[in-house]
Design a binder for this molecule. Structure first.
Ligand SMILES: [Zn+2]
Length: 147
């Protein structure tokens, strides 16, 4: 069962207005990493009166309170992620879809030093395209015959 969204908002000190609950009900249960406009489009289908500004402000509030993370994966796009634990991302360049990659799958052995700064957080962002369909595997026997 889904956790009570109203309770989740209260735990973070967020006043659970109907509009915030509507945004939370979408953003907290998708693994899509949507942009604010995408969130607006989805929430609006059920709450036609919700404004773009409200959705933007709500998402920024959620990020500020640690309920979601805002990811700046490219200069022109910010997306929101309800998975606030440490993990990496893979971006499908064809569809723009963002996938979560478990933290331990791309561990860095040693972080570089950045002069004058303390590193607080990092993640690996991988980009790629769908691999071409694999050729049918040839058995060892066939390979030997060809050689
Ligand atoms: Zn993620």
């Amino acid at each position: 069962m889904r956790p009570d969204v109203v309770e989740l908002l209260r735990e973070r000190g967020i006043q659970p207005s109907a509009q915030r609950v509507a945004v939370a009900q979408y953003i907290l249960f998708t693994d899509e990493h949507p942009s604010a406009d995408r969130v607006w489009a989805c929430v609006r289908s059920r709450f036609p009166m919700i404004s773009r500004a409200t959705v933007y402000n709500t998402l920024n509030l959620f990020a500020e309170k640690g309920l979601v993370r805002d990811l700046h994966l490219s200069p022109e796009s910010v997306v929101f992620d309800a998975n606030t634990g440490a993990h990496h991302h893979f971006i499908d360049e064809e569809t723009g879809r963002i996938y979560d990659i478990p933290w331990e799958k791309a561990a860095m052995r040693k972080l570089p030093k950045v002069e004058g700064f303390e590193i607080r957080d990092y993640q690996v962002v991988m980009r790629g395209r769908k691999a071409p369909a694999r050729q049918k595997r040839t058995s060892g026997k066939e390979r030997n015959q060809r050689a």
